[in-house]
Design a protein around this ligand. Sequence first.
Ligand SMILES: [Fe+2]
Length: 301
Amino acid sequence: MKAPTAATNDQPLQNLEEWEDFLKTRYPAPATAAAKPFRATDPEKKQEQFRNYEADARPSVREFYRLNHHHQTYEFGQAKRKEFLPLNRRQMGIWEAMEYLNTLVDDSDPDTDLSQLEHLLQTAEQIRKDGHPRWFILTGLIHDLGKILCLWDEPQWAVVGDTFPVGCAYSDTIVFHRYFAENPDSQNPRYQSRLGVYEEGAGLDSVNLSWGHDEYLYHVVKDHLPEEGLYMIRYHSFYPGHREGAYDYLMNDKDRKMFDWVRAFNPYDLYTKSHEKPDVAKLRPFYDELIREYFPEKLRW
Ligand SMILES: [Fe+2]
């Protein structure tokens, strides 16, 4: 099974990495990227800088964000949760899911020609090289498996993209903020107050972020990994939260503590892609054992 191989009106990105490349432009790697976590916020950052990223973005990326901001409503997220979270589509083990994601063949990135599975191994291997715990390595290995949503004909804007809370005001730290004008929730005063449908400090577990691969995978694996790893999976695309320091008022103390781990993971997500092809056959035994340590033979997807 193959995903569409060319950009279309509804699928503007040539490949999902176009979005990730844009993130790298917006959040360039500091020299110490792999060595230490980032600060949540850059107090020097000006609105103007956002506008520069926006102006420099490829038209396909701009269109992708426009669709994302237009269609990711509170109700859309609710409907997708109902559709996918019963997890009754397939039963697969972790490696099987990696091979399944690998059938997502899109136009390859000019910078790298690695498969999805090789990207996952690269991320995990870098975490392993840096001496992190086994659950952290495993989290790196699986963190993007939620992208299999693309194989079930979900549009790109409902699978990837920086996530943000829906049902409350949009932070002005969200890139391409102006496209929210097209979102029907913008016309709903209940969804546009600071707290919207949420309570101050209630915790992110009670907040609906825009729907995508993070939230989906969290529900698939939530009984099997330490909480730190689950936070990394569930919030790795929540750039307004972990990179911009927005929405602190929706978080509780546990979220704030756990976001140190989300930030520790972010450099591996953004900066580990290289031309160096991992040797899948050689690495497989290590990862088979690691997967067996945490996961049952089959999971519901
Ligand atoms: Fe991701």
